[in-house]
Ligand binder design. Structure first.
Ligand code: GDP
Length: 420
């Protein structure tokens, strides 16, 4: 493995949590490199079913070091709740470290996120309302507070009071009650005290891991179509899920990343707003959503569902150079007699396999080819070679159109339900 990035190749929710949980059994270090608790990585293993929001999916390997990376924005209170829940299930969190350079997601960010969405009205982005966008906005605007700043209580309290002078003006303008600086600082400091020396400079740890050829996993959140630079702006997340983002966000030199695994669902889903060319609306979409249980892990929102979009996945491959693809949820498609597969878009009378910018993508229509379904359950299949011929053809079509080989195939939510 040495340094492997696991990244989303669609709109997010591809099943990265499951793939990371599986690979993490063999990893020494697992690092989340971007995003915040807008993530909801579902992991199903012998300990139960978990929705991880901030904690890397490697937490179930007691000997792996799990790092909340410097590229993340961290709500310390949410992190403490998540750790308490894991501990209550008998999972040790002693090996977790939070980068002291990560940015704090403060209570005002959550409030401002919701107010901003309210103001945008019909143009809303469909964020999870957890404050991640405003926290990154403050980071870029040089108003952010980094995790290490909690170590100097007096200065931290002054920073909070200073930031709230302007934030409260905005909050009040929206008609909401201002936040109390002392109460806010108390909350964050209490959470920081609970974390204790799990807050650390993570660079020496990561550097040591790379130097000693330890097996490092980089866990992305969301997918290429939600990348701040390469996704469907403005309906994007406020960081870079691409493997390029992993280098900065984890603190690993770019040339040390040796493998990039692109995770795709065998079809497509999206949570939030923005163009989604292969979206199935109406009864067909409802049927797939119900059958595949496509509801957001963080918000419980019904996910939008659609057919596989090779233009989107190829776009992700062009930007990530996948060494392999992991296809999840192939089992779900066993219900279909025929399966439409989007190979290109038609745009203003022309066929294209390039991903156009957002406003142009709005008027693209998918060009489908039809794959034959296999109409059988896959749960008893133990080997990829024993998949029905139609399922193998479907996988071959993904490889061909995206341009990278498939290394793993998910046929159920559990850790073991995977063909390597
Ligand atoms: P992530 O954020 O990329 O980790 O994805 P989510 O956890 O939000 O969504 C993936 C969902 O698919 C979760 O409910 C997983 O348990 C489930 N899942 C992952 N792989 C498979 C698979 O191969 N088959 C089935 N049926 N479910 C899967």
């Amino acid at each position: 493995m040495p340094v492997t990035a696991v990244v989303g190749a669609q709109w997010g929710d591809e099943g990265k949590g499951k793939i990371t949980d599986l690979l993490a059994q063999e990893a020494d270090v697992v690092i989340r490199y971007q995003g915040g608790n807008n993530a909801g990585h579902t992991v199903v293993n012998q300990h139960g079913t978990f929705k991880l929001h901030l904690v890397p999916s490697g937490i179930f390997n007691p000997s792996a070091l799990c790092i909340v990376g410097p590229g993340m924005v961290v709500n310390l209170e949410v992190l403490c709740e998540e750790l308490a829940n894991l501990e209550a299930h008998g999972i040790s969190t002693a090996n977790l470290r939070v980068s002291d350079r990560a940015h704090l997601l403060m209570p005002w960010h959550t409030l401002l996120d919701r107010l901003d969405e309210r103001e945008r009205g019909r143009q809303k982005l469909g964020t999870t309302g957890q404050g991640v966008g405003p926290a990154y906005a403050d980071k870029v605007a040089r108003h952010g507070i980094q995790v290490y700043e909690v170590r100097d209580e007096r200065r931290f309290r002054a920073r909070v009071a200073h930031e709230l002078e302007t934030k409260n003006k905005v909050i009040e303008r929206f008609g909401d009650a201002p936040l109390d600086a002392i109460a806010v600082a108390d909350r964050v400091l209490r959470a920081a005290a609970t974390l204790g020396d799990r807050i650390a400079d993570t660079l020496p740890l990561v550097e040591h891991a790379v130097r000693t050829d330890a097996r490092v996993l980089l866990e992305g959140q969301l997918g290429a179509m939600r990348d701040l630079d390469w996704g469907i702006y403005p309906y994007v997340t406020s960081s870079n899920p691409l493997a390029g983002g992993a280098s900065i966000g984890a603190g690993i030199p770019a040339r040390c990343i040796t493998k990039v695994i692109g995770v795709v669902k065998a079809y497509s889903t999206a949570v939030g707003e923005g163009p989604f060319p292969t979206e199935m609306k109406g009864r067909d979409g409802d049927a797939l959503r119900e059958m595949a249980n496509e509801y957001g892990a963080t918000t419980g929102r019904p996910r939008r569902v659609g057919w596989f979009d090779a233009v989107a996945a190829r776009h992700a491959h062009r930007l990530n150079a996948f060494t392999e693809i992991a296809v999840t949820k192939l089992d779900v498609l066993g219900a279909y007699e025929t399966i439409p597969f989007c190979v290109a878009y038609e745009l203003d009378g022309r066929r294209t396999t390039d991903m156009p910018p957002t406003q142009v993508l709005e008027r693209a229509t998918p060009i489908y080819e039809t794959c034959t379904g296999w109409r059988t359950a896959l749960d008893s299949v133990g080997d990829r070679a024993h998949l029905p011929a139609e399922a193998r053809q479907y996988l071959a079509k993904i490889e061909q159109t995206v341009g990278a080989p498939i290394g793993m195939v998910g046929i159920g939510p559990e850790r073991a339900a995977i063909l390597l």
